[in-house]
Design a protein around this ligand. Structure first.
Ligand SMILES: [Zn+2]
Length: 69
């Protein structure tokens, strides 16, 4: 079932975060399919969601790591 809102299939959490595109498939194939990788904020499971599903920007912890480098 396609939902307009993110919900984790694993834990049912509603907090989805944008995830980095790690592989060739995620960089080039997912956009063609109008999908993107999304990480659950509760159990950190990654899944692919349609581009129109609203998700949050990445955690501040990720940004902090980059800024410290
Ligand atoms: Zn989850």
């Amino acid at each position: 079932m396609l939902s307009k809102q993110f919900q984790c299939r694993d834990c049912g959490g509603l907090a989805g975060y944008r995830s980095r595109r790690r592989s060739f498939i995620e960089k080039y194939l997912l956009p063609v399919l109008l999908l993107r990788p999304v990480r659950c904020g509760d159990c950190f499971r990654r899944s692919y969601r349609p581009l129109f599903v609203p998700v949050r920007e990445r955690n501040e912890s990720d940004v902090t790591n980059q800024a410290a480098a």
